[in-house]
Design a protein around this ligand. Sequence first.
Ligand code: ADP
Length: 375
Amino acid sequence: MVVIDEQQTVPRILLATGQALWLEQVEAYLLESGYRVHTADNRGTATAIVQGQPVDAVLAPLTEESAVFFHELRQMRAPPLLMFLADEASVLSVDETWTGLADATILPDAMYLEQQLPALLHLHMENCSLKQRVTRLEASLRKQKRRVDEMAVLKNAIVRNVSHELRTPLLQVKSAVSLIGEDVEDEKLLTYARNATARLETHVKNITMLGSSLDIRPSPIILRDAVEYARRNLRRVWEHHDETDRIRPELAPNLPPVLADKQGLSTVLQLLLDNAIKFSEKEVEVLARQEGDTVQIVVRDYGIGIASDQLQAIFETFYQVDSSSTRRYGGAGVGLAIVNLILDNHDTTIYVESTPGEGSTFSFGLPVVDMSGVL
Ligand code: ADP
């Protein structure tokens, strides 16, 4: 058995006394070619060499003992290049599983070795270094994934607690401000306090919406009910309740149920309708029709519209086309980011088309629930 060790600076040679006739010739070739060569005459010695110093390749005659040795080496984390040296007759006379243990089987001849060994060694080393990189990358990916998972748990806990913890004190401050308002003389201070609580309220509302939309539990939803529910909710929270009367649902008759999270879909519809009412004065349409195995839902307004170079950015968190928008229209620039997140969790995409001065159309698709199996 011959063990090639290209990396050691001090050559260590163990003499093999195996029966293979070609052993001397091979060893001579390897030494002439500048390899550091160790030889071993049995499996015990060979194992000790490999365990003592990492080697790059092991060359062995095709015998049962070598097969057992290669099998052991294959269990290593980074086994060396394993090569059987054998003629065709020997290859044919042994079990295929033996030859399968080696990376290559070549004739025990200096000419063949010269042709193949350097290239095989080169490939093997490249392969090893690639494997090492993959292992390192996998470890780093696992670490990153653990971090992301932990962050997600933390984020969910924060979002849920914050909205819960903020709502009660906010309500108390709001009531106090409105009570004080009856006696206070400084109107400016009162307006300041009212605006501040309104802004806080918007943020808490958004966090609450985000919190309730983190867990998506899809179930069959009747769209007509979902639109009605969103409209009623909006009417409850909108300052100018009557504005919600501008909403015109135009849903195709006999629409099949869609698969969606009830709370999530309601949040999406409320946020889109909220914007449509806010940024327009005419009627706001909610359209739905079946297209193949999805239902396309459209919220359309005939309001101020959005310039084409802004259409991407409006889905970013805290983005508002007009920086004075918060003051003029209210809002905080997170509604569409939440819409995007919820629909992304439904594996669907929100699209927008808009013409400044003419209006905007937001649309998305939801899968139809297959009721064929239901009696
Ligand atoms: P906001 O709370 O400010 O409405 P959104 O994330 O919902 O936040 O929307 C981001 C911005 O996109 C809005 O501030 C507005 O500039 C623009 N926008 C959204 N919907 C419409 C719409 N229907 N018409 C005109 N502009 C819109």
